[in-house]
Design a protein around this ligand. Structure first.
Ligand SMILES: Cc1cc2nc3c(=O)[nH]c(=O)nc-3n(C[C@H](O)[C@H](O)[C@H](O)COP(=O)(O)OP(=O)(O)OC[C@H]3O[C@@H](n4cnc5c(N)ncnc54)[C@H](O)[C@@H]3O)c2cc1C
Length: 452
């Protein structure tokens, strides 16, 4: 089998690349997807009468093209929501973001947070040019906010000492309030929506799976092959071995598989690339979905849990985004637990710890009946931004670029990003491949020629 562009993975990055290539006149393209459905991490599973996503997948639309594109795909199947996000710590709920809403915590903790923040204003700490995340938190938010939330929460999520992490990823994701906002939020209930996810959209029906399904429906029949797992790629001969299809020859390759997994399938790789591959770190998100036989388990959309005594870092209630995700009279919860990538996990033990944690904080009641439970882990969940990440990714992408390979999306480009950006990554990739290039990424500069 032969194709001009072979696209590995039928998540949003792969589908968007195929769609935009088609719009730019490249009809010879093939998406090979290992699973029996498109969507990847932005997919959903039906379990009993419930629709579960791979944890909460909320649409944050910031780019005019991205917004119009997504809204056109979903048509009337989308609703807008103002975030109801909270933090549970020291036995009480405070509003997200923690740093702007410490009212409600014990007075001693409020004092530590506010005094620490004010100290950063009056006696700014010197910071290195490329500081580690922990020093940056202490300099930006002060010791109180860092010790009560930033440090314990982020350690639970990233499973990496924060002193080994960079700040490259946090610009869009960690909101920074002003001193008056911190003060106001310590004194009163500040219902102000901070940050990149202050409001969001979500499909009314069908879970987030509706989005990749709608995108795939725009492709001609045969462009996407499901159940087509790639097991090897020969970068020199430009041929991939694909389950059910045998050898597929290509002119150009677009990878959207996690970079570590792709490199394990690809050859030849020079030793500097193999060495860079060994430096990649990630976490696995162990996502437990629960169907609870009680409506209105909580009125919140999601809750952050910084304390060690709760095994999860976040719990969300997806029926508060779309009631139809559960049968009438039921709620659907997603529980997110992170472990270092590749670590072994005893899910039975983790599940009883998670259920105990949910009862301890009052989200579940003793007598609650669970009508459904499903583990839906994301093996490569969050890419860890330690100090080795960027030099390693740059070396890998430069080599792949030289071999005519684009590696894109949240996992192909090994970055922290979200669905809209992933769709835009596919568009940018299609434009580069067809010579309508936006400026090529640094790693690709001068190395990629457009398709003939
Ligand atoms: C816990 C979590 C929560 C998130 N929440 C949000 C959110 O609220 N809002 C938001 O906008 N974004 C969110 N995201 C990010 C969002 O999921 C991603 O940006 C997006 O789905 C990434 O798409 P992708 O195509 O790059 O990768 P993927 O979706 O991972 O696609 C890769 C595809 O490759 C396939 N594949 C893997 N191996 C093979 C193989 N050997 N052969 C063939 N196919 C293979 C996979 O099955 C998959 O379909 C979240 C991510 C996580 C992990």
């Amino acid at each position: 089998m032969k194709t001009d562009v072979l696209i590995l993975g039928g998540g949003l990055a792969g589908l968007s690349t195929a769609h935009h290539l088609g719009r730019l006149g490249t009809s010879s393209r093939l998406v090979v997807e290992a699973r029996q459905a498109v969507g990847g991490t932005a997919g959903s599973r039906r379990v009993g009468g419930f629709t579960f996503d791979y944890t909460g997948h909320l649409l944050h639309l910031h780019d005019p093209y991205g917004r119009d594109f997504v809204l056109d795909l979903l048509k009337d199947n989308v609703a807008s929501h103002d975030r109801r996000a909270w933090i549970f710590s020291q036995g009480t709920y405070t509003r997200y973001p923690f740093q702007a809403n410490v009212r409600g915590l014990p007075p001693a903790s409020v004092l530590e947070c506010v005094a620490g923040f004010l100290e950063t204003v009056h006696r700014p700490r010197p910071l290195a040019k490329a500081p580690d995340f922990l020093s940056w938190c202490r300099a930006t938010f002060g010791d109180g906010i860092t010790d009560h939330f930033m440090k314990p929460y982020n350690e639970k999520l990233w499973r990496t000492p924060l002193s080994k992490m960079t700040t490259e990823w946090q610009g869009r994701f960690v909101p920074k309030p002003t001193a008056s906002e911190v003060l106001y939020g310590a004194l009163s209930d500040q219902n102000k929506l901070f940050g990149y996810n202050a409001s969001f959209r979500y499909p009314k029906r069908g879970g987030i799976q509706s989005l990749p399904d709608a995108l795939a429906a725009r492709l001609e029949p045969g462009v996407v092959r499901l159940g087509a797992r790639v097991s090897a790629v020969d970068l020199r001969e430009k041929v991939a071995r694909v389950e059910g299809l045998g050898e597929v020859r290509y002119e150009r390759l677009v990878n959207t598989l996690p970079l570590n997994e792709f490199l394990d399938l690809a050859s030849p790789l020079p030793s500097r690339v193999k060495e860079a591959r060994r430096r990649l770190r990630w976490n696995t998100v162990w996502n437990l979905n629960l169907g609870v036989a009680r409506a209105g388990v909580t009125d919140k959309h999601w809750i952050y849990f910084p304390e060690k005594k709760h095994p999860f870092y976040r719990v969300g209630c997806s029926t508060n985004f779309a009631a139809g995700l559960a049968p009438a009279g039921h709620s659907a919860l997603y529980v997110e637990i992170a472990r270092p990538g590749g670590a072994r996990v005893d899910t039975a033990k983790l599940e009883s710890a998670a259920l105990k944690g949910l009862r301890d904080c009052g989200l579940l009641r003793r007598r609650d009946e669970l009508s459904a439970r499903a583990w839906m882990p994301v093996p490569v969940g969050y890419v860890v931004y330690d100090f080795a990440r960027t030099p390693a990714v740059t070396a890998i992408l430069r080599y792949l670029g030289g071999r005519g390979v684009e590696s894109i999306g949240r996992y192909g480009a090994w970055k922290y990003s979200f669905m809209e950006e992933t769709i835009l990554d596919g568009r940018r990739c299609a434009r580069r491949l067809t010579g309508r290039a936006d400026a090529p990424g640094r790693a690709h500069a001068g190395e990629l020629r457009p398709l003939g």
